[in-house]
Design a protein around this ligand. Structure first.
Ligand code: M6R
Length: 609
């Protein structure tokens, strides 16, 4: 978690302003404290405090910092509470070296006590502070004196855990030292300016030329140069041009990124489904060759994986398929061998739980297909085949457009698989693909247009509730799970999703008058049973909210209904049915006075275990 940015320029620009804007673009990664350090006339200048970027900037005015080199950090606290002292950047004892860090240094306690024995004075409770003191110590001891890069490299070898690090030293006032392991770090390249940041939107308005630093790489940037090495050997970086626009990382008139991203779904879906069939064909062959399949993901991406599980299981009913939450990988590791195909799903491509599970699976020789939104991120790099959703940058912490894009990509893959498995004729295959491409964006646009006001109104009805249930069956369960996750993570209303048939085995006990129960009820094999479940809930006073088709019988039992157009195939349902629930969560959070883009205790990319 946490967002870091570092800039060095020879263009006579004050970097503090650019760093502040960059940090705003990274705020989705953490927002409990913030700080910037620059080098000005050979001296470090620092401003930092607890609070959001706007609040701290208002109080301290980051633009007071002079200098054409600097580092900045927006924090999601792990070690030590969010306060001024624990906010990054952190200095060494001489105040000549400053560091910002994203990740967790697992062996920091040993390093810290060793350094304290050697006389170092620590000021914060963070794990990150050991990094600057280690560099200081390396420089102090050496005879003849070491270069800063040598001291930095020695320091990195002593760190265990996950890190993206940028560090500056007053002795080298144009240079930024970089290192990454398991936490993302990307470099932005401009003629006279170089950027390093946790994510591309941090510098997207200045450059689209990007280098992704890979695990284990150490780098040095100056205004005109980029140097990268791994295991002591120079690496030739491969810059690429990102297709994202600067506007795509801005709110463009919407009050929140989340609302903008909900509205961007038709285009995100269109771009995602228009995928070259060659990659899908290779992926389908891997699916067919495998003995078993494991979907691996976390949070919202896991819900997309559940959807993929239902879709693929329908085509290959005899194939063992297991959806697994990545942090639970150990429990299932006995299933993973060279005959296993992992389908890893991650918006960011950097979720540590998924990366750890994938690394373990790769050691067991499993094959890996990944679905990610961020090009060339770590999870695609751990994969044999990388498929990408083309949703553009997603800034709101709550995933919306990337989720529906993931489900749509899995639906497109399912059609390909059905064809490759010989279950679909060439003609039927073309019709299915055309329908998916044509109908999905259109249906989602209609769902937004016809249900946004309804979502807003319903938000005002349920805003004072403390609990809610989300019920569904079969292929519709991922929608219930995702709807509940959205509501709880941004409105803080307790929301629980479970298969509707389970109600009578316990959960119905707490249903009382006006208890909100969201029922996902397309017209399919689940209808009859869902009707029964709605009756049971209604009899106990439950407030029934159905997401359904017009004229569906469940509306008679419902207190409130969202209507979804009928699609050519149920494979679109997990995409279209989730959209009203995203809007309901959004408007409920807003009604309750919360910022949906920055839910408390959460961060967009989870790079801790
Ligand atoms: O980047 P990923 O898709 O791997 O992230 C997985 C989860 O951390 C993420 O989906 C999380 O659950 C979001 N808060 C959902 O809105």
């Amino acid at each position: 978690m946490c967002g870091i940015i570092a800039i060095t320029t020879s263009s006579n620009t004050k970097v503090s302003k650019l760093i502040t804007t960059g940090l705003k673009r990274l705020e989705y990664r953490g927002y409990d404290s913030v700080g910037i350090a620059t080098i000005n006339q050979g001296k470090i200048e620092t401003l930092k405090d607890a609070g959001t970027i706007d609040r701290v900037n208002q109080k301290l005015n980051f633009e007071n910092l002079e200098g054409s080199i600097g580092i900045g950090h927006t924090r999601w606290a792990t070690h030590g509470p969010p306060n001024q002292i624990n906010a990054h950047p952190h200095a060494d004892c001489t105040k000549k070296i400053m560091v910002v860090h994203n990740g967790i240094i697992e062996n920091y306690l040993e390093i810290k006590s060793d350094l304290e024995r050697k006389g170092h004075i620590f000021t914060s409770q963070t794990d990150s502070e050991v990094i600057v003191h280690l560099v200081e110590e390396e420089l102090k001891l050496a005879n003849p004196p070491k270069s800063v890069i040598q001291a930095f490299k020695n320091t990195i070898t002593k760190l265990e855990g996950a890190y993206a690090i940028t560090l500056i030293h007053t002795d080298e006032p144009e240079t930024i030292f970089l290192a990454r392991k398991d936490s993302p770090l990307v470099i932005g390249v401009q003629e006279d300016t170089k950027f390093a940041a946790s994510d591309i939107p941090a510098f997207l308005e200045h450059t689209k030329k990007v280098i992704i630093l890979k695990n284990g790489e150490i780098g040095v940037i100056t205004p005109k140069t980029v140097y990268i090495e791994k295991n002591g050997f120079r690496v030739q970086p491969k810059p690429f041009i990102v297709s994202w626009t600067a506007e795509s990382a801005q709110k463009s008139g919407y009050p929140h990124f989340m609302l903008k991203e909900i509205h961007e779904q038709p285009i995100a879906l269109k771009n995602t489904i228009n995928i070259d069939s060659e990659e899908l064909s290779k992926a389908s062959k891997k699916i067919l060759e495998s003995t078993r399949i494991v979907f691996l993901a976390c949070g919202t991406s896991y819900h997309a994986g559940l959807s993929g599980f239902h879709q693929i299981q329908r085509i290959l009913p005899k194939k063992p398929i297991y959806p697994i939450i990545a942090s639970e990988y150990e429990t299932y590791s006995h299933l993973i061998d060279e005959e296993t195909l992992i389908i890893a799903i991650s918006q960011s491509g950097e979720t540590l739980d998924v990366m750890k599970a994938l690394s373990a699976a790769r050691k067991n020789k499993a094959q890996v297909i990944s679905l990610a939104n961020v090009t060339d991120s770590s999870i695609p790099r751990l994969s044999h085949i990388s498929l990408y959703t083309k949703a553009g940058p997603e800034i709101g912490v709550a995933a919306t457009k990337t989720h529906t894009a993931q489900v749509a990509l899995l639906a497109r893959l399912a059609i390909q698989l059905e064809f490759e498995a010989g279950e679909l004729s060439k003609d039927d295959y073309s019709v299915q693909v055309d329908n998916l491409v044509q109908q999905t964006p259109q249906i989602v646009r209609t769902v937004i247009n016809q249900n946004e006001l309804k979502a807003k109104k319903l938000a005002s009805i349920i805003q004072n509730q403390n609990h809610s249930y989300f019920l569904a069956r079969g292929l519709n369960m991922p929608v219930a799970l995702e709807g509940a996750l959205k509501l709880k993570e941004i409105s803080y209303i307790h929301a629980e999703a479970f298969p509707a048939g389970e109600s009578k085995h316990g959960p119905i006990a707490i249903v009382e008058t006006n208890f909100p129960i969201v029922m996902i009820a397309p017209d399919d094999w689940t209808t009859k049973k869902m009707l029964g479940n709605a009756e049971e809930m209604k009899a106990r006073g439950g407030y029934i909210i159905s997401v359904t088709e017009k004229d569906h019988r469940i509306t008679e039992r419902s207190d409130y209904s969202f209507f979804i157009p009928k699609a050519f195939s149920p494979i679109i349902n997990p995409i279209s049915y989730v959209v009203p629930l995203q809007m309901l969560a959004y408007y409920t959070a807003v009604r309750r006075g919360y910022d949906p883009d920055k839910p408390k205790n959460l961060a967009k990319t989870v790079t801790v275990e």
